[in-house]
Ligand binder design. Structure first.
Ligand code: GLP
Length: 247
């Protein structure tokens, strides 16, 4: 795992965007796996700037998003479909038909998860998967669990995730209780993974996930086994890396 320590959020976002830009330049028709949450917003801003300065072209890029809340439609401003359009897709020259987000309005979970997994396969897999990090170590919506879930599946969100994400909703009761998410196997099959984390509030989980034991109780910890994983954090998020012992 390669680790880049940025001095602050802006620098973290620039480094992450440059890594994604390099992927797009080297393979213009690449498949990017994308993430939501507040952390990657700066990365999407920087990618937009690179597009506006004509240094980046998204016309052949295809995307697959990690996850989506079950039951939220495209027009809902808390859906990840809406987030991606607002923060990236509507700002660059990506083609709508080349973008993919799990369909939160499909009530048949087995059907939607199988469709999404097959879609990723039919695109030839993911070249670069961008990830944020949940406070409990989740990636996508793979919550702490007894096993690493392999494929796209429907999850019951944990109370801590509902609590963390309620800031975006009018109240905790409005936060959906379930979501569709790529599995850990889907994420690990990406050729390259790029995780961004910033701020002191992420320091404990960064230390546990990347400098501690590999366990499904901390889903992101499995990235330690990925052959091309890059971690880009600011100083604050890396500030507790010494506090976890290697076993
Ligand atoms: N499903 C998303 C994750 O993909 C994201 O990584 C996490 C962290 O969000 P933030 O970056 O806002 O801390 O939030 C959500 O739960």
């Amino acid at each position: 795992m390669k680790i880049y320590k940025a001095k602050d959020y802006q620098e973290m976002s620039r480094i992450a965007a440059n890594i994604i830009a390099a992927q797009v330049i080297l393979k213009p028709d690449c498949v990017l796996g994308l993430a939501t949450g507040s952390t990657p917003i700066g990365t999407y801003d920087r990618l937009t700037e690179l597009y506006e300065s004509k240094d980046l072209d998204f016309s052949q890029v295809k995307t697959v998003n990690l996850d989506e809340y079950k039951g939220l439609n495209h027009a809902n401003d808390q859906s990840y479909y809406y987030f991606m359009h607002k923060n990236l897709f509507d700002r660059v020259n990506i083609k709508e038909e080349n973008t993919n987000v799990p369909n939160g309005m499909e009530p048949d979970a087995a059907k939607e998860c199988a469709r999404y997994e097959e879609l990723i396969r039919s695109l030839g897999g993911i070249d670069l998967q961008l990830l944020g990090l949940g406070h409990n170590g989740h990636i996508g919506f793979n919550e702490p669990c007894d096993i690493f879930e392999k494929e796209t599946h429907c999850v019951d969100l944990t109370e801590s995730t509902i609590e963390a994400n309620k800031r975006f909703f009018a109240c905790a009761d409005d936060v959906p209780r379930q979501a569709y998410t790529m599995g850990i196997g889907t994420i690990m099959a990406a050729k390259k993974v790029l995780l961004v984390a910033n701020g002191e509030a992420k320091a404990d989980i960064v230390a546990k996930a990347f400098f501690g034991e590999i366990t499904p109780q901390v889903p992101a910890s499995i990235l330690q086994l990925h052959k091309d994983a890059i971690l880009v954090c600011d100083e604050a998020a890396l500030s507790k890396r010494g506090s976890v012992r290697f076993s």
